[in-house]
Design a protein around this ligand. Structure first.
Ligand code: PRX
Length: 638
């Protein structure tokens, strides 16, 4: 194993050292020393963080219970509720009158909420849900655009001790239906529509379509928040306008007392095989982990305006828009629209207008904005920015440098945070005091023992590609796959079962300084514009079209989007491929899974490369598509 060094004179490659001013201002200036301390005794370390950052309704009696690994339990015996720490406790302090949320609509609408106002809105929303019978342990599915009522709905659900499953507003009716069914939600919260680049995405229509399937037998009530005000279909008794239900409802609501290990939310994500799996996070450890990581990494100060430009419907939005900023009493900025509408200068104008100090986004957005040239950022005053962040896929050094030089004015460190839906929060990441290398997530966070290993579990040498694993548990880790504990063990814990390590699904390497470089997914997961898709989902969508006998999809590197999808289809006997059919199939996948899943290229073939046991060798398709050597073909049957 390579011992990390951050000693200025000894480091290799291109290194950006933090300024003395950045170090002096950092929330945790002794971070590197703290990493050593935390690794030596992670349990004591997390115990300290849990006490320092949160208020426990009743104290826990054990920090970590590892008696039933890999079903780890954290802070057992403790009583808590995330909303108690995110909103309720702030009502008794000066934070009460501080801005919790500044929201700007795509059409320029502005809505702001102090911690007091947000608390009242969440209470009201919780009372509405209670009125529909929602109680502790129930699941609520949320399918909304990026409006303040989305975080409010999430917080209201948790306040009642219910479990939310947020389905990103860009997903199709089929995807929504399968998630509703899997979670068995009796209540669905949606919007009439969402604004996207001046157009209305008709969410209620999509929800209606989802509910015309088996999922319709599960859902009893649909709450509709009005955003776009167009005509919608209505089923009396099932559908309710939020403004009707909330009219005159009390703005006070008790917070349900939860056990640390009670379920808190489910978030569906793509894996190697089959349907997306519902990753479960629980009430205690998730709070400790997200609050600690946000405080240390993004160095949030009381006066900061913090902007995480993700969608609340993804884990980045859950952890670092909706939850951790409120746990820390920070001011959150949320923008409804796309980065390039009405023009590619909008983000930079928002930063100037609102005095944003921290911007956290994805490489795909950075590359997309970089394309339009420096004149757009240069037209705005970006001097309020102090820190930048990146997430979702590896950031190429060219984009990193543009972000650093043009957006950050060579002044703002970039936090390249590697993590996953399953990890709950940042795992490999710098903090402002860590020397940076463009394209590297630098070092594992405090208390995280990550390594790059060979299939036999031995650590790789410097610059040798291997499996990225996490060797010990951490508070933010996923607890199970909803309704399918065997799948949890199989997917994450079986590759290194003997050692008891968590396998991330990623390949990586460590350099001579112990810095981590993420290479990409080793499984059949494709990252398109930072969004996670399984080959199985896209292949199932293609296969559901009557003319398609079999298909295989691969991710092919793309300058802008990280990867794009190429699909290979075998048609039913006697049918011929054509450009028209390719266009129809693209549209079909778009309808079945969502716009992000749409293949950029479809090739009609007579056969697919398979192993003797019948497994499709996507590796060969990929090598061929990229014009690379095919490598080992000894297992190829045809
Ligand atoms: O492959 C890694 C990539 O995104 C995967 C996790 O995807 P998801 O669960 O959707 O969560 C994304 C947001 C946390 C990882 O297995 N990934 C995420 N962040 C980075 C990254 N790859 C390289 N660098 C990153 N900073």
């Amino acid at each position: 194993m390579v011992a990390p060094t951050t000693n200025q004179d000894d480091m290799h490659g291109e290194v950006y050292f933090p300024s003395a001013e950045t170090i002096a201002q950092a929330n945790v200036p002794n971070y590197l020393a703290l990493r050593e301390e935390a690794l030596a005794d992670p349990v004591a370390y997390w115990d300290k963080r849990a006490k320092e950052l949160l208020d426990w309704i009743e104290p826990y009696d054990q920090v970590l219970d590892d008696s039933n690994a890999p079903f780890y339990k954290w802070f057992t015996g403790g009583k808590t509720n995330l909303v108690h720490n995110a909103l309720d406790r702030h009502q008794n302090t000066a934070v009460r009158n501080k801005q919790a949320m500044i929201w700007v609509g795509e059409n320029g609408d502005v809505r702001t909420f102090s911690y007091r106002q947000l608390w009242q809105e969440v209470n009201r929303f919780a009372n509405v849900l209670k009125g529909l019978g929602v109680k502790k342990g129930d699941t609520v599915t949320i399918y909304m655009g990026r409006v303040p009522e989305l975080p409010m709905a999430m917080l209201a659900t948790l306040k009642l001790g219910a479990v939310h499953s947020v389905v990103y507003g860009g997903f199709s009716s089929t995807a929504l239906a399968s998630r509703i069914e899997d979670a068995q939600s009796k209540v669905l919260i949606t919007c009439d529509g969402a604004w996207l680049r001046g157009k209305v995405i008709k969410l209620k229509d999509i929800a209606d379509e989802a509910l015309s399937s088996e999922a319709g037998k599960v859902v009893e009530n649909v709450v509709v928040y009005q955003r776009t005000q167009h005509e919608v279909n209505w089923i009396e008794g099932r559908d309710h306008w939020y403004h009707d239900l909330s009219d005159g409802v009390s703005k006070v609501c008790d917070t349900e007392v939860m056990d640390s290990e009670d379920p808190q939310f489910i978030l569906y994500t793509s894996g190697t095989t089959g349907r997306p799996k519902g990753v479960l996070h629980t009430c205690g450890g998730y709070q400790v982990y997200t609050a600690t990581t946000l405080k240390y990494v993004f160095d949030v100060k009381p006066e900061d305006v913090y902007w995480c430009a993700a969608d609340p419907g993804w884990i980045t939005g859950h952890s670092y828009i909706v939850y951790a900023p409120l746990l820390l009493g920070a001011t959150n900025f949320i923008y409804e629209g796309a980065p390039n509408f009405p023009d590619p200068g909008i983000w930079w104008r928002l930063i100037e207008e609102w005095g944003i100090n921290i911007l956290y986004t994805a490489p795909t957005a950075i590359r997309g904005l970089m394309r339009f040239g420096d004149e757009h950022p240069n037209a705005s005053d970006l001097s309020s920015l102090r820190l930048l962040g990146s997430v979702g896929e590896p950031i190429n050094p060219e984009a990193w440098k543009w972000y650093y030089n043009v957006i950050g004015g060579e002044r703002c460190p970039i936090m390249d945070t590697w993590w996953q839906t399953e990890t709950g929060g940042f795992m490999i990441t710098p903090t402002p005091v860590v020397p940076l290398k463009p394209g590297s997530g630098t070092l594992p966070f405090t208390g995280i023992s990550a390594d790059v290993v060979r299939p036999d579990g031995t650590s790789c040498d410097a610059n040798e590609d291997g499996y990225l694993v996490v060797k010990t548990p951490w508070p933010g880790m996923a607890r199970t796959v909803w309704g399918d504990p065997d799948r949890f063990v199989d997917v994450y814990w079986s590759t290194f079962a003997d050692q008891g390590w968590y396998f991330t699904g990623d390949s990586a390497k460590r350099d001579e300084d112990g810095y981590f470089w993420i290479i990409g997914r080793m499984d059949d997961v494709i990252k398109v514009s930072g969004y996670r898709l399984g080959t199985a989902e896209v292949e199932a969508a293609l296969g559901s079209y009557p003319d398609v006998a079999e298909s295989a999809v691969i991710g092919v590197p793309d300058e802008l989007r990280g990867n794009v999808i190429h699909a290979y289809c075998i048609l039913n006997q006697g049918l011929e491929g054509s450009d028209e059919l390719a266009a129809i199939l693209k549209k079909h996948v778009r309808h079945e899974v969502g716009p992000i899943a749409m293949p950029s290229k479809i090739t009609f073939v007579d056969s697919l490369p398979k192993t003797r046991s019948g497994k499709i060798m996507r590796r060969l398709l990929k090598a061929e598509a990229m014009g690379k050597p095919l490598g080992d073909t000894s297992t190829l049957a045809n």
